[in-house]
Ligand binder design. Sequence first.
Ligand SMILES: Cc1cc2nc3c(=O)[nH]c(=O)nc-3n(C[C@H](O)[C@H](O)[C@H](O)COP(=O)(O)OP(=O)(O)OC[C@H]3O[C@@H](n4cnc5c(N)ncnc54)[C@H](O)[C@@H]3O)c2cc1C
Length: 387
Amino acid sequence: MSGALSSLSMTAIPPEDEALRAPVRAFLAEALKDVPAPVRARSWSGYDGAFSRALGARGWLGITLPTEYGGGGRSAFARYVLVEEFLNAGAPVGSHWIADRQSGPLILKYGTEAQKRFHLPRICRGESFFCIGMSEPNAGSDLASVRTRAVKGADGWTLNGQKIWTTNAHHCQYMIALVRTSGEPEDRHKGLSQLIVDLSLPGVTVRPIEDLSGDSHFCEVFFDNVQLPADALIGAEGHGWEQVTAELAFERSGPERLFSSIVLFDEWLAFVRTEAGRTPSAVRLAGRIMGQLAPLRAMSLAVTRKVAEGGSPVVEAALVKDLGTGVEQLIPAAIADDLYGRAEGTPVPLELLLTLEYVTQVAPSFSLRGGTRDILRGMIARGLGLR
Ligand SMILES: Cc1cc2nc3c(=O)[nH]c(=O)nc-3n(C[C@H](O)[C@H](O)[C@H](O)COP(=O)(O)OP(=O)(O)OC[C@H]3O[C@@H](n4cnc5c(N)ncnc54)[C@H](O)[C@@H]3O)c2cc1C
């Protein structure tokens, strides 16, 4: 294979990582046996610190981090298997999600020895949760125009500004914030840095924002003369742009960009398998959805291989996210067409309808969070040498 598709080769999960699946599945079957589908459909938006700590106690958090920092010392494929099982079951993984997926690996890659020794074991135990402070009211897609500013003094940094759409900031202990440490917003990529912000410090205000479904999982965060120690800087001053680009590849590459509607899909399939639920058009739709999910999973695994090999598959991850979120959004729309197009009096289970209602309400956000569709397509065009 050559050219544009050469970096998406067919990839198998190594047997030692595949072997993780059975114990994880058994644990989840027991832990989630009484949790109804509309709650499980929240999965990586769901927040449950005790559940995260239970995973940490089993060695299932920070599985790719080195053992000397409390991690599992395993490959990206091991994490892929865990994540796939968590999402398939609809486990409430939102509390540790960001720390496990990107803050931990970011600290490992760019952090000082002291930062690694402090933060990584806590992340692996499910004691420290992180949020991502990138977006601002006038800098969402256009991160280079970030205005939140940290000024260096004799004892550390003084932080002022505002972040928005910060997932779970009201529950997290830390934010990794993209801030301007020199120059002006017009300087774009130059002068941006990442800081680890302890959210319990004076001057930090966190305000949850309610979404369409009534949940409050993302927040506005205000910084008013927050005093940060000198070692709050992560990585090199002025290198924030390169660091967030690498971090966003972690965010975009995983199976979560295919699985946001999977609990709904499973509930609906269970109904279609019954005599009352089975119709020729529903069976065709099931095949159509599977026909899109299966190659996407293969693409996502190909991206995982690049991560396992130490690469930063920025363009490939953008491709998977763009296509994946399209399918995640197709599922609730197509299932709604199927269920509401049926003859009056068809006995559709209430739990299925409630799950459909929730997923339908949040589905528009699937192609926004983690980078909008338009931005990803620009990155893909650049990867093809067309921009
Ligand atoms: C559920 C959810 C959770 C989120 N969690 C976080 C989080 O934890 N941390 C965080 O930092 N952010 C988070 N976000 C924010 C998210 O990353 C931003 O919403 C996103 O990057 C878009 O930014 P914006 O909302 O400011 O829209 P804008 O950037 O204003 O974009 C508006 C529209 O214009 C288009 N557009 C903008 N610029 C261009 C361009 N150059 N070319 C073509 N089209 C363009 C966009 O694609 C979009 O359709 C979250 C968002 C959601 C929905």
